[in-house]
Write a protein that binds this ligand. Structure first.
Ligand code: PLP
Length: 376
């Protein structure tokens, strides 16, 4: 099922061409996923709202994809492409969770999975659920404990699931050590790269089999859609993942793919700006006496209020520029106390507030946050 619709029908699929390896990621984000340059062709891949396509071509039905979805996939594959020379393929999904589920669906019944103690809540709950049902055999590890991860890669492990930096503790794994070790042990490796984005970290280059994204976040960057993506340089695995999308019914809409494609054009600029602002804010926060702990990774900052969850709540409600809302990776800065969600892991401190730094002026962001902290 499926291989035929990957033909370069719309002038896409250029990811495979090694001559692009010399281009910077910011250039690839702008130039990939465009229609062929023919007179009067549009610069942008149009939104093609069709569930069904005339028979005989590469796409027959929208669960298999479509021009707008393929254009988005081409950009993401180019950005995550291993060493920017080896071909990679991306498969887009209707959400990050749908992408995660496609990977989990490939694990044989009873297959052993090694995963971090801290992952995004939805993934953590899903892993636990599958383990409780006997569908998988789950081993949880501290993602920063490289020795423990290496020791866990015993015979019989099917998948090593990694998230780095983790949500919301911002712990970082030694991917450069763990991924090749897992690969040599015959273990499939998956890295949720949502927080870092390919601008800051490219796990395929470090040995991952699959990179996973909630494209809802930084890739699309405007908090206006739900999408996910999986990227791999293994063509057979890509085909299996694409088949999962078709059979699980987890295809994104052409409208969302268009918005995500438009958003990803500015990914490099947004990440550079937001990361610089996050570092600036983390430094300011480190000198605040009422903040007991500051963590920062990429565009994200997590802070603690000396165990005072009520104060953390007041700060979340006391900002004017920062919006009190869940999610992350958008142009607008957001904050929330993660334990307000009943399913968030119990080892995440009650007073931890996660900040997603946007692209507003950093001094404006600091003034607003400092005001809320001092009033709180
Ligand atoms: N992975 C991470 C790190 C996330 O933060 C999220 C959502 O917050 C997901 C996966 C799930 O993605 P989605 O909400 O697009 O289903």
């Amino acid at each position: 099922m499926g291989a035929r619709y990957r033909a370069h029908h719309y002038g896409l699929g250029m990811t495979q061409r090694p001559e692009h390896s010399a281009l910077d990621l910011s250039t690839l984000a702008v130039t990939k996923g465009r229609p062929a340059r023919e007179p009067d062709a549009p610069l942008n891949t149009p939104i093609v709202p069709a569930s069904s396509f005339i028979a005989g071509g590469p796409t027959e039905y929208a669960r298999e994809g479509g021009p707008t979805v393929f254009a988005f996939e081409e950009v993401i594959a180019a950005l995550e492409c291993a060493e920017r020379t080896r071909p990679a393929q991306a498969v887009a999904f209707s959400s990050g969770m749908a992408a995660a589920d496609a990977v989990l669906d490939l694990i044989p019944v009873g297959g052993r999975v090694v995963a971090p103690t801290t992952t995004y809540t939805g993934v953590a709950v899903r892993l636990r659920e599958l383990a409780e049902r006997g569908r998988i055999d789950l081993t949880l590890i501290d993602v920063t404990d490289t020795d423990a991860i290496l020791a866990s890669l015993t015979t019989g492990v099917h998948t090593l699931w990694m998230e780095s930096p983790t949500n919301p503790l911002l712990e970082e794994a030694d991917l450069a050590t763990c991924l090749p070790a897992a690969r040599s042990a015959g273990v499939r490796t998956v890295v949720d790269n949502t927080f870092a984005t390919p601008i800051l970290q490219r796990p395929l280059e470090l040995g991952a089999h699959i990179v996973m994204h909630s494209a809802t976040k930084s890739l699309s960057g405007h908090s206006d859609l739900l999408m996910g993506a999986l990227v791999t340089e293994d063509p057979e695995l890509a085909e299996e993942l694409r088949t999962r999308r078709i059979l699980l019914g987890a295809a994104p809409s052409a409208f969302d793919a268009y918005l995500a494609l438009r958003g990803v054009r500015t990914l490099a600029l947004r990440i550079q700006r937001a990361e610089a602002s996050a570092q600036f804010l983390a430094n300011k926060l480190r000198s605040e006496p009422s903040i007991s702990r500051v963590r920062q990774a990429g565009t994200m900052v997590s802070i603690e209020f000396g165990g005072d969850a009520a104060r953390a709540d007041r700060v979340c409600q006391g900002t004017r520029l920062w919006a009190h809302a869940t999610s992350l990776g958008g142009v607008e800065s957001l904050l929330e106390r993660r334990r307000r969600w009943p399913l968030e892991a119990e080892h995440v401190p009650e007073d931890l507030v996660r900040l997603s730094v946007g692209i507003e002026d950093p001094s404006d962001l600091w003034a607003d946050l400092a005001h809320a902290i001092h009033a709180g």
